[in-house]
Design a protein around this ligand. Structure first.
Ligand SMILES: Cc1ncc(COP(=O)(O)O)c(C=O)c1O
Length: 426
């Protein structure tokens, strides 16, 4: 049984007092908190097994190598990949997406080719493609969103043609919460018909919903460990084996080769070819522990829990705050993940965020590394509450109560605010 009240006991940080009040952590889209089990797994690795991987014949090195490989296997199972060697560990999803742009992209995108993005991409799934387009004189076009903040198949149908080489799209918006997986599945078929690859940004999806790369049909998928209970500094790029096998390393050096002479190099097998230098073994071990934790909870249950929290939030906002707040993103909880971006009318988003901190409530404010989306919506920024497995309805009630007070004190609170363009994260 999924029980968030029990889950909370694994997260000591949630018992912290912030400004005299119990912390309410609603900044999970930026990074999630870590359960004791993940921290223990990392500590155990460092205290009992630490050694460099793949380079030693001694027992510790063998143990560390095995743990590192088992982490690849755990990720592969979690996303239903065909094989563990399709899983490349990166620093984060940003690095994973850059890896695709600067390996597959440099090799396969040429002058006049088309790269299809969407207006709601995080900068991490927009700028690498734009840089690639500049280098190769390719064109970037953007799928627009509907007024309800959704992507449509028809919009991609309009944009994708036989010059299209890449479609790079998020599986869930980090601002609007829009879940796009069903559209992406259909778009992937269309993209493949014209010989394009589909690169999915799973940063906000993989941590929150059951993910099956074979069912999605995409060619690449990236995500970050720190947004799914794991440590910072470990991310994943999954890629189709037949595509990865044709690529040369993004970064080269130790561990990426089978052999090197003064004039030649034979690249290593997958995935080592893409994991240059000493890897983040402890990070991988921590990510495996996080995956085990989430698997025990059940990803269907995680998704249901967040759906209920969002439904409850939208209902309470509507009933209690009415016109005083403006909420963005799809109304249908079926296509909306655990993210609620909003503004209090007449107040700067940063002012609201700082005021909420006085109540011990941690939210994110700004443009959330999605400036083009905010410009598209005509907004200077938003306040974003984002949920995870340990959030509970009572916290939503506290958020609503705090917002009521803030709305009452509106005239006293309005000030200068902070520069909206500060990339207040992720
Ligand atoms: C949709 C999306 N893509 C990419 C990123 C970048 O994540 P990271 O900073 O872990 O690379 C984020 C972070 O918030 C995100 O929400």
């Amino acid at each position: 049984m999924f029980n968030p009240y029990e889950i909370r006991k694994d997260f000591p940080i949630l018992s912290r007092l912030i400004r005299g009040r119990r912390l309410i952590y609603l900044d999970n889209a930026a990074t999630t908190q870590k359960p004791k089990q993940v921290v223990a797994a990392i500590a155990k690795y460092y205290l009992w097994h630490n050694a460099n991987v793949h380079r030693g014949l001694h027992t510790l090195s063998q143990e560390a190598s095995q743990m590192y490989e088992e982490a690849h296997e755990a990720v592969a199972r979690f996303i239903n990949a065909r094989s563990w060697d399709e899983v490349v560990f990166t620093y984060n999803v940003t690095e994973a997406l850059n890896l695709v742009a600067y390996t597959w992209g440099l090799r396969n995108v040429g002058e006049g080719d088309k790269i299809v993005l969407t207006v709601m991409e995080h900068h991490s799934n927009m700028l690498p493609w734009r840089n690639l387009a500049r280098l190769k004189r390719a064109r970037v076009v953007y799928a627009d969103i509907t007024n309800g903040g959704e992507l449509t198949y028809e919009e991609f149908e309009r944009l994708i043609d036989d010059r299209t080489r890449v479609v790079a799209v998020t599986l869930m918006s980090n601002v609007l919460g829009t879940i796009t997986a069903d559209v992406v599945k259909r778009v992937t078929k269309l993209a493949h018909e014209v010989g394009a690859v589909v690169v999915a940004d799973g940063a906000q999806y993989v941590p929150h919903a059951p993910t099956d790369v074979r069912d999605l049909g995409v060619d690449f998928l990236g995500f970050s460990g720190h947004k799914m209970l794991g440590p910072m500094g470990i991310g994943v790029l999954w890629g189709r084996r037949e595509i990865l096998e044709e690529l040369e390393p993004f970064k080269s050096g130790g561990d990426t080769i089978k052999d090197v002479t003064l004039s030649d190099v034979v690249w290593h097998d997958l995935p080592w070819r893409f994991e240059a230098g000493t890897p983040n073994v402890a990070g991988a071990v921590g990510l495996k522990a996080a995956i085990e934790y989430l698997t025990r909870l059940g990803m269907d249950a995680v998704r249901e829990h967040e759906k209920r929290l969002v439904e409850y939030t939208l209902k309470r906002f509507n009933e209690e705050l009415g016109d005083a707040v403006e909420v963005y993103g799809p109304k249908d909880p079926e296509v909306r993940g655990g993210v609620v971006a909003f503004n209090v009318k007449g107040l700067n988003h940063h002012t609201v965020g700082m005021a909420l901190d006085m109540f011990g409530i941690a939210v994110r404010t700004g443009m959330h590394c999605a400036h083009p989306l905010h410009y598209r919506l005509g907004l200077k920024g938003t306040v974003r509450a984002s949920y995870y497995v340990y959030n509970i309805k009572e916290e939503v009630d506290e958020l609503v109560n705090a917002l009521k007070t803030i709305i009452l004190l509106k005239d006293k609170l309005e000030g200068e605010g902070v520069d909206e363009r500060v990339c207040t994260g992720t």
